[in-house]
Design a protein around this ligand. Structure first.
Ligand code: PSU
Ligand code: MN
Length: 311
């Protein structure tokens, strides 16, 4: 828990109410809105994810920084502003202080969102794919990875983004003690595609099994996140070879254009989408909605669990 950060958070009325009533809540990130998808697909997606969470019986808490304030739960005009203003920042934990001082706005990454969610008492979070170890530039490792190693929340994703070095990313998670649960699968999904040939460390068939493993992980005194990896839905998943070809080309372009730092991931996602004629974006949107729905079910099981309060 981070009592300092907790003091900086502003909650929407709906989240305050949900928390006082004990209604299940799912945290959602916002870099996917500000930097992961173009307008207007991004605003549509933000609302679709919130609707998926509601249909699953939970309340969505989209998290972002608005004029320097950490917001848990956004109003529609705040979402619209973040989705359409090209000047907003990509906010990882290292960026919070400058954004607070300068009263800047931005979308929080997986790393940024989970650290806020945990401080806000929200234990279940959904995203598309986590960041990880990049193939290029060498040495680029997403802040998502160390944060996952240190934040006890359940993260629902479709694996790590396929633009990354997936074997190295899975190894990092193993080194840092992060359980990787395949959701109805034994294989770590490859974000746009179903298969990666990489193993998970556990398997769950349903939300209750995810909660059982997570609760026990924390009862054992572990402090890390639990990663729940669900394959992209069949109707939108890309064939493995099509995905690999597109990623290869996008990586070459990033290298030629010397893309660096926070721009790497947004550049690659955009290029892969252009190369696949939008098919990768359709897959991305489909898996984001799917993950939001699964996270809602997990949040319900989590909230009903009689032993969970102690961990
Ligand atoms: N999932 C998506 N699209 C995205 C992201 C996740 O489907 O754009 C974002 C997340 O916010 C994640 C970030 O934390 O990409 C990773 O960026 P970087 O590699 O710079 O850490
Ligand atoms: Mn990076």
């Amino acid at each position: 828990m981070n009592p300092n950060l907790k003091g900086f958070i502003r909650y929407s009325p709906e989240i305050t109410r949900a928390q006082s009533l004990g209604t299940p809540v799912v945290a959602l990130e916002s870099t996917v809105i500000t930097h992961g998808l173009p307008y207007p697909e991004n605003i549509q997606l933000a609302q679709d994810m919130e609707n998926e969470v509601r249909q699953g019986g939970a309340i969505p808490a989209t998290i972002a920084i608005v004029e320097g304030i950490i917001q848990v739960g956004l109003k529609i005009d705040q979402l619209e502003f973040l989705a359409s203003d090209r000047g907003v920042r990509k906010a990882s934990p290292r960026d919070f202080s400058r954004m607070a001082v300068n009263k800047e706005s931005g979308g929080t990454t997986v790393a940024g969102t989970i650290v806020i969610a945990q401080a806000a008492g929200i234990r279940v979070f959904a995203t598309g794919g986590i960041g990880g170890v990049h193939r290029i530039p060498r040495g680029d490792v997403s802040a998502d990875l160390p944060q996952l190693a240190n934040t006890p929340v359940i993260v629902v994703c479709a694996g790590a983004k396929a633009i990354l070095d997936l074997p190295a990313t899975v190894e990092y998670l193993e080194t840092h003690g992060v359980p990787v649960i395949g959701y109805q699968t034994n294989e770590f999904p490859a974000f746009y595609s179903i298969r990666s040939r990489l193993p998970t460390s556990a398997r769950a068939e349903n939300p209750q099994e995810v909660v059982d493993i997570s609760r026990t992980h924390w009862q054992l005194g572990m402090k890390s996140a639990v990663l729940v990896t669900a394959p992209p839905p069949l109707e939108v998943a890309l064939p493995g070879d099509e995905m690999r070809e597109a990623v290869k080309q996008a990586l070459k372009d990033a290298k030629d254009e010397r893309i660096r730092g926070q721009q790497v991931t947004p550049f690659l996602l955009k290029r892969v989408s252009e190369i696949t004629g939008n098919a990768s974006m359709v897959a991305n949107l489909g898996l984001l909605r799917n993950n939001a729905g699964i996270a809602a079910q997990i949040a319900r099981s989590f909230q009903q669990d009689p032993q969970i309060r102690a961990v």
